[in-house]
Design a protein around this ligand. Structure first.
Ligand code: NAD
Length: 276
Protein backbone atom coordinates (compact mmCIF):
# COMPACT_ATOMS: atom_id res chain seq x y z
CA UNK A 1 0.00 0.00 0.00
CA UNK A 2 2.97 2.35 0.46
CA UNK A 3 5.36 0.83 -2.08
CA UNK A 4 8.24 3.13 -3.05
CA UNK A 5 7.52 5.62 -0.26
CA UNK A 6 9.83 6.65 2.58
CA UNK A 7 8.52 6.80 6.15
CA UNK A 8 9.94 8.21 9.36
CA UNK A 9 8.45 6.55 12.45
CA UNK A 10 9.38 8.01 15.86
CA UNK A 11 9.46 5.83 18.95
CA UNK A 12 9.69 2.88 16.55
CA UNK A 13 11.98 0.77 18.73
CA UNK A 14 9.17 -0.57 20.89
CA UNK A 15 5.42 -1.00 21.31
CA UNK A 16 3.05 0.67 18.89
CA UNK A 17 5.81 2.37 16.88
CA UNK A 18 7.64 -0.92 16.35
CA UNK A 19 4.43 -2.52 15.02
CA UNK A 20 3.92 0.43 12.66
CA UNK A 21 7.53 0.36 11.39
CA UNK A 22 7.36 -3.37 10.66
CA UNK A 23 4.02 -3.14 8.84
CA UNK A 24 4.91 -0.01 6.88
CA UNK A 25 8.08 -1.82 5.70
CA UNK A 26 6.09 -4.94 4.78
CA UNK A 27 3.76 -2.70 2.76
CA UNK A 28 6.71 -1.47 0.70
CA UNK A 29 8.10 1.71 2.27
CA UNK A 30 11.69 2.32 3.36
CA UNK A 31 11.69 3.24 7.04
CA UNK A 32 13.73 5.51 9.31
CA UNK A 33 13.36 3.87 12.73
CA UNK A 34 13.78 6.68 15.28
CA UNK A 35 14.15 5.75 18.92
CA UNK A 36 16.46 6.90 21.70
CA UNK A 37 15.66 3.80 23.74
CA UNK A 38 14.55 5.70 26.85
CA UNK A 39 12.66 4.29 29.83
CA UNK A 40 8.89 4.85 30.04
CA UNK A 41 9.63 7.97 32.14
CA UNK A 42 12.12 9.23 29.54
CA UNK A 43 15.38 8.35 31.34
CA UNK A 44 18.53 7.01 29.67
CA UNK A 45 19.32 5.96 26.11
CA UNK A 46 19.81 2.60 24.40
CA UNK A 47 20.59 2.15 20.71
CA UNK A 48 19.47 -1.48 20.62
CA UNK A 49 15.64 -1.14 20.29
CA UNK A 50 15.94 0.93 17.08
CA UNK A 51 18.71 -1.30 15.68
CA UNK A 52 16.76 -4.49 16.40
CA UNK A 53 13.75 -3.18 14.44
CA UNK A 54 16.04 -2.18 11.54
CA UNK A 55 17.59 -5.67 11.57
CA UNK A 56 14.17 -7.30 11.59
CA UNK A 57 12.98 -5.20 8.62
CA UNK A 58 16.16 -6.02 6.67
CA UNK A 59 15.87 -9.74 7.44
CA UNK A 60 12.42 -9.67 5.82
CA UNK A 61 13.85 -7.99 2.71
CA UNK A 62 12.84 -4.41 3.58
CA UNK A 63 14.86 -1.19 3.70
CA UNK A 64 15.51 0.64 6.97
CA UNK A 65 18.00 2.80 8.87
CA UNK A 66 18.10 3.65 12.57
CA UNK A 67 18.30 7.06 14.25
CA UNK A 68 18.87 7.39 17.98
CA UNK A 69 18.64 11.19 18.10
CA UNK A 70 16.06 12.71 20.47
CA UNK A 71 13.15 14.30 18.64
CA UNK A 72 12.84 16.85 21.48
CA UNK A 73 15.64 18.92 19.85
CA UNK A 74 14.72 20.87 16.68
CA UNK A 75 18.20 20.41 15.16
CA UNK A 76 17.92 16.64 15.63
CA UNK A 77 14.65 16.63 13.68
CA UNK A 78 16.46 18.30 10.78
CA UNK A 79 19.24 15.70 11.05
CA UNK A 80 16.72 12.83 10.98
CA UNK A 81 15.12 14.20 7.80
CA UNK A 82 18.59 14.71 6.26
CA UNK A 83 19.47 11.10 7.07
CA UNK A 84 16.25 9.92 5.38
CA UNK A 85 17.04 11.97 2.27
CA UNK A 86 20.67 10.76 2.19
CA UNK A 87 19.63 7.10 2.50
CA UNK A 88 16.43 7.02 0.44
CA UNK A 89 16.19 10.31 -1.51
CA UNK A 90 12.77 11.46 -0.28
CA UNK A 91 10.33 11.50 2.67
CA UNK A 92 6.62 10.81 2.19
CA UNK A 93 5.30 9.79 5.60
CA UNK A 94 5.89 10.94 9.17
CA UNK A 95 4.41 8.97 12.06
CA UNK A 96 4.72 10.99 15.30
CA UNK A 97 4.55 8.23 17.88
CA UNK A 98 7.44 8.64 20.38
CA UNK A 99 6.38 9.43 23.90
CA UNK A 100 7.07 9.26 27.61
CA UNK A 101 4.87 9.30 30.73
CA UNK A 102 5.24 11.15 34.05
CA UNK A 103 1.91 10.45 35.69
CA UNK A 104 1.44 12.48 38.89
CA UNK A 105 -1.63 13.76 40.66
CA UNK A 106 -1.81 17.43 39.71
CA UNK A 107 -0.88 19.08 43.01
CA UNK A 108 2.34 17.01 43.03
CA UNK A 109 3.22 17.48 39.34
CA UNK A 110 6.62 19.18 39.06
CA UNK A 111 7.74 21.60 36.37
CA UNK A 112 9.98 18.91 34.87
CA UNK A 113 7.09 16.35 34.85
CA UNK A 114 5.23 18.94 32.80
CA UNK A 115 7.98 20.24 30.54
CA UNK A 116 9.65 16.87 29.81
CA UNK A 117 6.34 15.36 28.68
CA UNK A 118 5.55 18.39 26.52
CA UNK A 119 9.10 18.37 25.13
CA UNK A 120 8.84 14.83 23.76
CA UNK A 121 5.17 14.64 22.72
CA UNK A 122 4.26 18.14 21.63
CA UNK A 123 7.59 19.81 20.81
CA UNK A 124 8.88 16.54 19.34
CA UNK A 125 5.82 16.27 17.08
CA UNK A 126 6.24 19.90 16.03
CA UNK A 127 10.00 19.50 15.42
CA UNK A 128 9.58 16.42 13.24
CA UNK A 129 6.52 17.79 11.39
CA UNK A 130 8.22 21.10 10.71
CA UNK A 131 11.36 19.37 9.41
CA UNK A 132 9.29 17.16 7.07
CA UNK A 133 6.98 19.99 5.96
CA UNK A 134 9.65 21.62 3.79
CA UNK A 135 10.17 18.34 1.97
CA UNK A 136 6.44 17.61 1.64
CA UNK A 137 5.87 21.06 0.16
CA UNK A 138 8.67 20.57 -2.39
CA UNK A 139 7.33 17.13 -3.34
CA UNK A 140 3.74 18.46 -3.37
CA UNK A 141 2.53 15.61 -1.19
CA UNK A 142 2.97 13.79 2.09
CA UNK A 143 1.12 12.31 5.04
CA UNK A 144 1.37 12.91 8.77
CA UNK A 145 -0.08 10.50 11.33
CA UNK A 146 0.18 11.60 14.97
CA UNK A 147 -0.61 9.53 18.07
CA UNK A 148 -2.95 11.27 20.50
CA UNK A 149 -4.80 9.59 23.36
CA UNK A 150 -8.26 9.12 24.82
CA UNK A 151 -6.61 10.38 28.01
CA UNK A 152 -6.66 13.78 26.28
CA UNK A 153 -9.89 13.45 24.29
CA UNK A 154 -11.83 12.15 27.31
CA UNK A 155 -9.60 12.34 30.40
CA UNK A 156 -7.67 10.42 33.02
CA UNK A 157 -6.40 10.88 36.58
CA UNK A 158 -2.81 12.04 37.12
CA UNK A 159 -2.17 12.96 33.50
CA UNK A 160 -2.65 16.74 33.18
CA UNK A 161 0.78 17.00 31.51
CA UNK A 162 0.09 14.16 29.08
CA UNK A 163 -3.47 15.38 28.42
CA UNK A 164 -2.19 18.87 27.56
CA UNK A 165 0.48 17.42 25.26
CA UNK A 166 -1.89 15.02 23.49
CA UNK A 167 -4.58 17.67 23.06
CA UNK A 168 -1.87 19.98 21.75
CA UNK A 169 -1.05 17.34 19.14
CA UNK A 170 -4.70 17.38 18.00
CA UNK A 171 -4.41 21.14 17.41
CA UNK A 172 -1.05 20.72 15.70
CA UNK A 173 -2.48 18.09 13.35
CA UNK A 174 -5.53 20.18 12.49
CA UNK A 175 -3.36 23.26 11.89
CA UNK A 176 -1.06 21.31 9.56
CA UNK A 177 -4.09 19.84 7.76
CA UNK A 178 -5.47 23.33 7.08
CA UNK A 179 -2.16 24.97 6.12
CA UNK A 180 -0.83 22.19 3.93
CA UNK A 181 -3.99 21.08 2.14
CA UNK A 182 -2.92 23.21 -0.83
CA UNK A 183 0.23 21.04 -1.18
CA UNK A 184 -1.75 17.74 -1.13
CA UNK A 185 -0.44 17.06 2.38
CA UNK A 186 -2.73 15.26 4.84
CA UNK A 187 -2.53 15.14 8.65
CA UNK A 188 -4.57 12.91 10.96
CA UNK A 189 -4.51 11.68 14.57
CA UNK A 190 -5.01 8.22 16.05
CA UNK A 191 -5.86 7.56 19.69
CA UNK A 192 -4.58 4.04 20.37
CA UNK A 193 -5.74 1.69 23.10
CA UNK A 194 -2.96 -0.79 24.09
CA UNK A 195 -2.86 -3.76 21.61
CA UNK A 196 0.23 -2.30 19.78
CA UNK A 197 -0.04 -4.49 16.67
CA UNK A 198 -3.66 -3.39 16.09
CA UNK A 199 -2.70 0.27 15.52
CA UNK A 200 -0.48 -0.36 12.50
CA UNK A 201 -3.14 -1.17 9.82
CA UNK A 202 -5.01 2.15 10.23
CA UNK A 203 -1.70 4.05 10.43
CA UNK A 204 -0.47 2.50 7.18
CA UNK A 205 -3.79 3.19 5.47
CA UNK A 206 -3.83 6.86 6.58
CA UNK A 207 -0.22 7.21 5.40
CA UNK A 208 -1.06 5.81 1.97
CA UNK A 209 -2.51 7.51 -1.11
CA UNK A 210 -5.63 5.35 -0.69
CA UNK A 211 -6.60 7.72 2.16
CA UNK A 212 -6.80 10.67 -0.26
CA UNK A 213 -9.30 13.25 0.99
CA UNK A 214 -8.97 12.27 4.67
CA UNK A 215 -7.30 15.03 6.69
CA UNK A 216 -7.74 16.83 10.01
CA UNK A 217 -9.56 13.83 11.52
CA UNK A 218 -9.19 12.02 14.86
CA UNK A 219 -9.53 8.25 14.85
CA UNK A 220 -9.30 5.68 17.63
CA UNK A 221 -8.31 2.01 17.52
CA UNK A 222 -9.26 -0.48 20.24
CA UNK A 223 -8.48 -4.08 19.37
CA UNK A 224 -10.67 -4.72 16.28
CA UNK A 225 -12.72 -1.51 16.55
CA UNK A 226 -11.97 1.72 14.65
CA UNK A 227 -13.58 4.92 15.99
CA UNK A 228 -14.04 8.37 14.49
CA UNK A 229 -14.10 11.09 17.18
CA UNK A 230 -16.11 14.27 16.94
CA UNK A 231 -14.41 17.64 17.38
CA UNK A 232 -15.62 20.51 19.57
CA UNK A 233 -18.52 22.47 18.12
CA UNK A 234 -21.11 24.65 19.87
CA UNK A 235 -23.73 22.35 21.38
CA UNK A 236 -26.06 24.97 22.90
CA UNK A 237 -26.11 28.78 23.13
CA UNK A 238 -27.89 31.55 25.01
CA UNK A 239 -28.05 35.25 24.25
CA UNK A 240 -29.58 38.44 25.66
CA UNK A 241 -30.16 41.51 23.52
CA UNK A 242 -29.31 43.75 26.53
CA UNK A 243 -26.02 41.91 27.26
CA UNK A 244 -24.85 39.87 30.23
CA UNK A 245 -24.01 40.74 33.83
CA UNK A 246 -22.48 38.28 36.31
CA UNK A 247 -25.82 38.30 38.10
CA UNK A 248 -28.03 37.41 35.14
CA UNK A 249 -25.47 34.78 34.04
CA UNK A 250 -25.78 33.30 37.56
CA UNK A 251 -29.54 33.22 37.16
CA UNK A 252 -29.66 31.63 33.70
CA UNK A 253 -26.48 29.76 32.70
CA UNK A 254 -26.80 26.55 34.70
CA UNK A 255 -30.43 26.00 33.78
CA UNK A 256 -29.93 26.75 30.10
CA UNK A 257 -26.54 25.13 29.38
CA UNK A 258 -26.23 22.70 32.30
CA UNK A 259 -28.11 19.82 30.63
CA UNK A 260 -25.44 19.84 27.91
CA UNK A 261 -22.37 20.02 30.17
CA UNK A 262 -19.74 17.34 29.49
CA UNK A 263 -19.50 15.15 32.60
CA UNK A 264 -16.12 14.72 34.33
CA UNK A 265 -15.68 11.28 32.88
CA UNK A 266 -12.60 9.19 32.18
CA UNK A 267 -11.94 6.96 29.17
CA UNK A 268 -13.21 3.92 31.06
CA UNK A 269 -16.59 5.63 31.65
CA UNK A 270 -17.02 6.51 27.99
CA UNK A 271 -15.74 3.22 26.52
CA UNK A 272 -17.87 1.12 28.80
CA UNK A 273 -18.39 -1.85 26.49
CA UNK A 274 -15.99 -4.77 26.13
CA UNK A 275 -13.49 -4.48 23.26
CA UNK A 276 -14.56 -6.33 20.14
N1 NAD B 1 0.03 2.00 24.59
C1 NAD B 1 -1.15 2.59 24.72
O1 NAD B 1 -2.13 1.98 25.16
C2 NAD B 1 -1.35 4.01 24.30
C3 NAD B 1 -2.57 4.64 24.54
C4 NAD B 1 -2.75 5.96 24.12
C5 NAD B 1 -1.72 6.62 23.48
N2 NAD B 1 -0.52 5.99 23.27
C6 NAD B 1 0.54 6.74 22.57
O2 NAD B 1 1.06 5.95 21.53
C7 NAD B 1 2.47 6.18 21.40
C8 NAD B 1 3.24 4.89 21.56
O3 NAD B 1 2.93 4.28 22.80
P1 NAD B 1 3.67 2.96 23.31
O4 NAD B 1 2.88 2.44 24.45
O5 NAD B 1 3.98 2.07 22.16
O6 NAD B 1 5.03 3.61 23.90
P2 NAD B 1 6.42 2.90 24.32
O7 NAD B 1 6.81 3.52 25.63
O8 NAD B 1 6.33 1.41 24.24
O9 NAD B 1 7.41 3.41 23.17
C9 NAD B 1 7.71 4.76 23.03
C10 NAD B 1 9.10 4.85 22.46
O10 NAD B 1 9.43 6.25 22.29
C11 NAD B 1 10.81 6.37 22.51
N3 NAD B 1 11.16 7.76 22.85
C12 NAD B 1 10.90 8.38 24.03
N4 NAD B 1 11.40 9.63 23.99
C13 NAD B 1 11.97 9.80 22.77
C14 NAD B 1 12.66 10.88 22.15
N5 NAD B 1 12.87 12.04 22.81
N6 NAD B 1 13.13 10.71 20.90
C15 NAD B 1 12.95 9.54 20.23
N7 NAD B 1 12.31 8.48 20.78
C16 NAD B 1 11.82 8.60 22.04
C17 NAD B 1 11.12 5.42 23.66
O11 NAD B 1 12.50 5.06 23.68
C18 NAD B 1 10.18 4.25 23.36
O12 NAD B 1 10.84 3.17 22.71
C19 NAD B 1 2.80 7.23 22.46
O13 NAD B 1 2.75 8.51 21.88
C20 NAD B 1 1.72 7.05 23.48
O14 NAD B 1 1.51 8.22 24.25
C21 NAD B 1 -0.31 4.71 23.67
Amino acid sequence: MVAGKVAIVTGAGRGIGRGIALMIAREGAAVVVCDIGASLEGAGTDASPAQEVVDEIKRSGGKAIASTLSIAEPKNADEIVKAALAAFGRVDILVNNAGILRDRIFHRMSWSDWSDVLAVHLNGSFNMSRACAVQFREQNGGAFVHMTSTSALVGNFGQANYMAAKFGIVGLSRGIALDMQRFQVRSNCIAPFAWPEKIAPLTVYLASDRAEGISGQIFGVRNNEIFLFNQPRVVRSIHRSDGWTPENIAQQLKGALGPSFTPLERSTDVFSWDPV
